[in-house]
Design a protein around this ligand. Structure first.
Ligand code: SAH
Length: 223
């Protein structure tokens, strides 16, 4: 008896979140996200499963949410925007994410790239995220506890590097780990931050400033 009640409740939550997630994707479309590959990845990844149960009902709001250790999961719009900029309409091979956090963006990336490496400086946060990601069995995602401001040289070069925390300036080490034609998407600045894209072209690095953003700081060293 208890089992059947549980089953009903579980499927009820599932249906609600599917619909809520579909509405989130419609809002992203209305906000100007046109990359269908990104939109379908965000339709597929259960964002509510990446935050604590107490705030899961707010998982599909277009806002950043706390994930502990003073960190936040980025709002859906910014995740979509950054991954669309990283893709630039092309297929992604190997990608590095700096700042795994709760693992949501990493899970979305794993649906649009062949291979994803994601690094996080806070060890306990990463352990919690590992446990959360385990049942999802995402085979093309590797996590590592390390300071990502130096990138992850052992798996370089990358077709894309996406940084989920704001740097004071574009880290040289990250540029050095881009493959030819590769793109770095990174928030830069202290009080006023700008989302930037740096593309490695034959003639050199080409920078574009996209829009004002608000991120937690990219810190050196591990914790
Ligand atoms: N992509 C994440 C967003 C997390 S917020 C998500 O979907 O939840 C940014 C994360 O970057 C935080 O977890 C913070 O601890 C981490 N971070 C900050 N500086 C870092 C660094 N130098 N190396 C690795 N991770 C870092």
């Amino acid at each position: 008896m208890a089992g059947s009640v549980k089953a009903v409740v579980t499927s009820g939550i599932g249906m609600t979140s599917d619909r809520t997630r579909a509405r989130m994707v419609e809002r992203l479309r209305a906000a100007g996200i046109t990359d269908e590959t990104v939109l379908s990845a965000m339709l597929a990844v259960p964002r509510h499963a990446f935050v604590d149960e107490a705030i899961a009902s707010r998982a599909y709001d277009d806002s950043a949410l706390p994930i502990g250790w003073g960190q936040t999961i980025s709002a859906p719009y910014i995740v979509a925007r950054m991954i669309a900029l990283l893709r630039a309409g092309k297929k992604l091979g190997k990608v590095l994410e700096v700042g795994t956090g709760c693992g949501y963006q990493a899970a979305v990336l794993a649906r649009v790239a062949r291979e994803v490496y994601s690094v996080e400086r806070i060890g306990q946060l990463l352990e919690k995220t590992r446990a959360r990601l385990w049942p999802l069995k995402i085979r093309n995602l590797r996590l590592k506890h390390t300071d990502g401001s130096h990138g992850l040289p052992e798996a370089a070069p990358y077709d894309g590097i996406i940084v989920a925390a704001a740097a004071t300036r574009v880290p040289e080490a990250l540029l050095a780990q881009l493959a030819p034609g590769g793109r770095l998407v990174i928030p830069v600045g202290v009080d006023e931050q700008q989302l930037m894209v740096v593309e490695k072209r034959e003639e050199g690095f080409v920078e574009s400033v996209i829009e004002a953003v608000r991120f937690v700081p990219l810190l050196g060293d591990t914790a």
